[in-house]
Design a protein around this ligand. Structure first.
Ligand SMILES: Nc1ncnc2c1ncn2[C@@H]1O[C@H](COP(=O)(O)OP(=O)(O)OP(=O)(O)O)[C@@H](O)[C@H]1O
Length: 244
């Protein structure tokens, strides 16, 4: 069944400050799409427009879940998660004083996920053996890489159809960045997810992306239909090497 996201002519900001202008973006069913941009160019704001945490000032955001289209305008984040869209937020946002397992079980709050939470937990422990080993450890005392794995696993506990991942590489050592990105690709494959991933680590994101967009000062500067087009693009090279 089709699970996709569509954004048309979207603008958004905070108060009088406009952050995103005229965004057109599509994530087709089963794709991994990279949303590339350096710091402060609006990636998180765009993800938050999908999750209902930021309300666009213009344009349309819709998602198709199991073949049914839903207009996401005005819906609460809870409602959007209930549809089957999960987010792995920037900075992980775990509950540091709760154990690994408690964090995971809290992920299974949505109605469709609750009855299957033991099964989901078993899946997460199989996919992330480290989390099983550390199930009783407080989340806040886990390493950065382990916390990122926990944040991804917690999102999976909602049994999503679409996974939004906001800058999974932040704060991780290079080897862990590569491992985290590989994990996302592997889970996408195994679970048949549709994935939108915001990243400022361009090469790592491009490695697993089917397509991508480059966001500069809140506008889509490049829409690339394949990873090679991203690699070959001047803007990607300029931004990544120049860090602008
Ligand atoms: N809650 C907020 N209130 C006001 N301005 C905000 C808020 N959140 C973000 N901004 C501003 O919006 C702009 C875009 O930020 P955003 O977090 O979307 O960018 P980003 O590409 O995700 O960058 P980063 O990698 O640093 O998170 C920045 O100028 C930021 O300061």
């Amino acid at each position: 069944m089709a699970n996709s996201i569509s954004i048309e002519r979207l603008s958004a900001g905070y108060g009088a400050v406009r952050v995103l202008t005229d965004i057109d973006m599509h994530v087709a069913s089963g794709e991994t799409v990279a949303l590339l941009g350096t710091n402060g160019n609006g990636k998180s704001t765009l993800i938050k427009c999908i999750t209902g945490q930021v309300q666009p000032t213009a344009g349309r955001v819709s998602a198709t879940i199991d073949g049914v289209e839903h207009n996401l305008a005005g819906r609460s984040t809870q409602d959007i998660i209930n549809l089957g869209i999960a987010i792995v937020p920037e900075g992980r946002r775990l509950f540091p004083k709760l154990t690994v397992e408690e964090n995971l079980l809290l992920g299974a709050f949505r109605a469709a996920a609750r009855p299957r939470r033991e099964e989901s937990l078993a899946f997460c422990y199989e996919a992330f053996p480290r989390l099983r080993e550390r199930r009783t450890q407080l989340a806040g005392s886990m390493s950065g890489g382990e916390q990122q794995m926990l944040a991804i696993a917690r999102a999976l506990m909602t049994l999503p159809k679409i996974l939004l991942v906001d800058e999974p590489s932040v704060g991780l050592a290079p080897i862990l960045v590569a491992r985290t990105i590989d994990t996302i690709a592997d889970l996408k494959q195994r679970l048949g997810l549709t994935v939108l991933m915001a990243e400022q680590n361009f090469p790592q994101a491009i490695r697993i992306a089917d397509r991508g967009y480059v966001l500069v000062h809140g506008r889509i500067e490049l829409t690339a239909d394949d990873p090679q087009a991203l690699r070959d693009s001047d803007i990607v090279r300029q931004l990544y090497l120049g860090g602008a």
